[in-house]
Design a protein around this ligand. Structure first.
Ligand SMILES: [Zn+2]
Length: 401
């Protein structure tokens, strides 16, 4: 046994620290690794050389700010990660590697609210993933982990989907176990807003930011919160339920049982009926956004009202958490500046000036891919480093959480 604090366990801890930095960030220069880990340049240089010899990292020449540098990333050959995203109307899958490269993606329509049983949904996900892996000439055995997104509340303790009107036939099942049984790899599960936040953080409009909120406005309204580079979920996994902030105590009754929640002023099922007198039934949020951008006054009014209401929720969030960026996702994001301008107006009106000044409000850069790419990022953020370093070195003692 190694004694905590011995040379060997310190060395192991330093190896893990460097692996963790590049696992979460993709490629970093040695100077950036030194800044993020607090290790000296000489130590980083020695550790990178050792990790390269072990085949854990790859080192490529790069020019950072005009100066020649060496870019360090986890080896693309070290293993694959898989993302699976179940939406209300689609199923998306993606395969990436540990160097943060997305290698393949595919999507197909799926109706989880209607006719598709959970069993059939997971069988189709399994088949899509196996198809992508076969196209890459990779064995399922190379998959280190799978990230899975579900559009409903998960019970943090049991990992089962709660009984909810969103996924009536899927309640009570454990999506992580269903997929792990089929694919034979560990599965990490999270909700769509948290995955959208992770996707935008790693590949999209949140790159380079450590504190952000991703607000998904679609059939519901939810937020994924990233605090100091990590998703904040809270002990019960319910952090980010921005859709149930009370805006009007005597407003419409919400599906949560309260009255006048933000969701009752912004979610599609409450907003679309406002346009029935003008446009008739059968509207979708996508159609309303399109007509608004084409100049239809009723649709423009509805979209800016939604933006304003979302903005008062963002103002509350801004006062509490002081994020540097808010990324708007879901169908509202497609309205671009029409919606973003209304969000910013409300933030300017309701947030304290010092918090609002530092905040930028932008649209998501990944569109409908944010969640499935976030599922890849979830594996990269949750997987342990021990599997990447092999067993011949002793485990470090509680160095990181
Ligand atoms: Zn509510």
């Amino acid at each position: 046994m190694e004694t905590p604090g011995s040379q060997t366990s310190l060395h192991r801890a330093n190896l893990e620290r460097v692996v963790r930095a590049v696992r979460l960030s993709g490629a970093l220069t040695q100077a950036e690794i030194a800044r993020r880990t607090g290790l000296s340049a000489a130590t980083v240089s020695n550790i990178v050389r050792e990790l390269k010899e072990r085949g854990t990292v790859e080192v490529t020449p790069t020019s950072a700010g005009g100066r020649r540098a060496r870019s360090v990333a986890l080896s693309g050959a070290a293993g694959l990660v898989v993302g699976v995203d179940f939406g209300h109307t689609h199923l998306r899958v993606a395969v990436g590697n540990l160097a943060h490269q997305v290698l393949a993606e595919e999507a197909e329509p799926l109706d989880v609210d209607g006719s598709v049983s959970a069993e059939e949904g997971f069988d189709r996900a399994d088949a899509l993933v196996r198809g992508l892996l076969a196209g890459l000439e990779s064995e399922p055995g190379k998959v280190i982990g799978v990230g899975l997104g579900v559009p409903g509340p998960l019970d943090a303790a049991s990992g089962t989907l709660g009984s909810t009107s969103i996924l009536p036939d899927w309640s009570g099942i454990s999506p992580g176990k269903e997929l792990a049984r089929r694919l034979g790899a560990p599965v990490h599960v999270d909700n769509d807003a948290n995955l959208g936040a992770l996707g935008e953080l790693v590949w999209g409009a949140g790159r380079g930011v450590r504190d952000l909120a991703y607000i998904k406005v679609a059939s519901g309204v939810g937020a994924g919160l990233v605090v100091d580079g990590r998703v904040y979920r809270g002990p019960g996994g319910t952090a980010g339920e921005i859709g149930h902030l009370t805006l009007d105590e005597s407003g419409p009754v919400c599906r949560c049982g309260n009255r006048g929640c933000l969701e009752t002023f912004a979610a599609a099922r409450y907003v679309l009926p406002l346009l029935v007198p003008r446009h008739g039934p059968g509207l979708t949020m996508e159609a309303v956004v399109r007509m608004a951008l084409e100049g239809d006054p009723g649709c423009r009014r509805v979209i800016t009202d939604v933006g304003r209401h979302v903005g008062s929720g963002v103002a509350a969030l801004c006062n509490l958490l002081n994020p540097s960026r808010v990324v708007i996702g879901g169908s509202l994001a497609d309205a671009g500046e029409l919606a973003l301008g209304a969000v910013r107006d409300a933030v300017g009106r309701y947030a304290i000036p010092s918090a609002a000044r530092q905040l930028s409000v932008v649209s998501g850069a990944l569109g409908g891919r944010a969640e499935v790419l976030g599922a890849l990022a979830l594996v990269l953020s949750e997987m342990g480093d021990a599997s990447l370093l092999g067993r011949e070195l002793p485990m470090s003692v509680g160095a990181f959480t």
